[in-house]
Structure formats: structure tokens, C-alpha cells
Ligand binder design. Sequence first.
Ligand code: B12
Ligand code: SF4
Length: 159
Amino acid sequence: MLGGVGYSMFASRLLSETGAEFGIHGDGETGLVQLVRELEGSRRFDRVEGLVWRTGGGLHANAPAWPRRVSLATRRDAVDNAAYFRLGGQGGFETRRGCPRRCLYCADPAAKGGASRLRDPVEIADEIEALLAQGVNVLHTCDAEFNIPGPTLWPCVRR
Ligand code: B12
Ligand code: SF4
């Protein structure tokens, strides 16, 4: 099972070269859950967002999952963030995914799509509060490009 930014850049080729059974390119949150459901159920892999899989000697690739608005869980309780932080980590969070620019060296437009897909600012603030409550006070913005689009395009910001 493959996924992630590097994988998403060359999804079909990497599945072919590695011999892996499945890959998900693009966002992974919904596709992974859908894949588990299909593996336990009717195995309709064409219904799994972003899935790349093998079909009778060839490969089939569904369109990547790049939802226009990104909404994520905010509790940050899936792993022991404080332990990672004590060992020298930092708390990553996202305010958007994707980028409309085309800088030659950059993986983000290929892996996360060619549009800035924003999160609700309230959701972002809740997530940062959850990290701070765990003592994680060094934060890393994991956006493609924080400055695109500018603040006036956020739906909640009025001039
Ligand atoms: C934060 C960050 C760092 C931090 C990491 C800190 C940490 N401890 O986590 C630091 C500063 C250390 C760092 C360093 C480097 N980084 Co960096 N980094 C990022 C950044 C900005 C965010 C990563 C992130 O957490 N994203 C948020 C998560 C939720 O997104 P995600 O990882 O893509 O995961 C989603 C999907 O991809 C998918 N998914 C992910 N994994 C899997 C697995 C499976 C099985 C499935 C199904 C799906 C799936 O589901 C997730 C949810 O949708 C990305 C750019 C970006 N916008 O993502 C660059 C990025 C990953 N970094 C990059 C690079 C090049 C590096 C360095 C090599 C730079 C260097 N020359 O030193 C080093 C490598 C460090 C190392 N040891 O590996 C490149 C990778 C390019 C590529 N693979 O072709 C990126 C894409 C930046 C870019 N635009 O070019 N980085
Ligand atoms: S994320 Fe930054 S480096 Fe990558 S394409 Fe966008 S503007 Fe260029």
C-alpha cells in the first residue's frame, strides 16, 4: 500500500515498479477508509478516491481526491505528540492544500492539486489549541504556499 507526496508524483509508475498492490494518490483521508470498506465488502475499487490498483495485467487509476474545501479532525489525539515533541519534534498543521503556481522544482501542485484548497480558520485554531494543550508550542505550517491566496480571499476576512 503506497501513498504520500513522493508517491503521488508518479503514482502508476511507482506501483508498477514496486509491485505493491494498491496506491492512493492525492489526499489520503477518505480514500484509505473507502479502500478498507471495499476490501471488506464488494471490492468495487472504482469507488475509492485516488486509488491505483491492478486489473488483469494492467493498472487502473481513479482521479485523485482533492476536495475543494479541506476539513480535518482537530483533536490531534491519534499519536503521542508530546513524546515526539520532547524528542525534538515540532507540531505540523495545515491551513490549505495545493498551489496554483508551477515552480519546476516543486512537488506540491502535482501531489496536492493546482488550486489552493482552504480550511475553515476556526478549525485551524481549534487544532492549534489542541497541540498547545499537549505542550507542543513549536509549530510548522505544512501548507503548499501560505501566501497564496492572500488573506482577502479567505471567506471570513472582511476589509
Ligand atoms: C513539514 C515538511 C517538512 C518538515 C518535516 C517535519 C516533521 N517532522 O514532520 C521538515 C522541515 C523536517 C522537512 C524536511 C524535508 N523535506 Co519536507 N515538507 C514538509 C511539508 C511542508 C509538509 C509535510 C506535511 O506534514 N504535510 C501534511 C500531511 C498531512 O500531508 P501529506 O504528508 O502529503 O499526507 C497526505 C497525503 O500525501 C496522503 N498520505 C501520506 N502518506 C500516506 C501513506 C499512505 C499509505 C497513504 C494511502 C496516503 C498517504 O494522505 C495524507 C492526508 O491527505 C511538505 C510539503 C507539503 N505541502 O506537504 C514538504 C515536502 C514533503 N518536503 C520535501 C523535501 C524535498 C524535504 C527535504 C528532502 C528537504 C531537504 N533537501 O533537506 C527534507 C527531508 C527530511 C527527511 N528526513 O525526510 C518535498 C518532497 C518532494 C518529493 N517527495 O518529491 C515536499 C513535498 C516539499 C515540496 N513541495 O517540494 N519537510
Ligand atoms: S508551493 Fe511554493 S514552490 Fe511550490 S509551486 Fe507553489 S509557489 Fe512554487
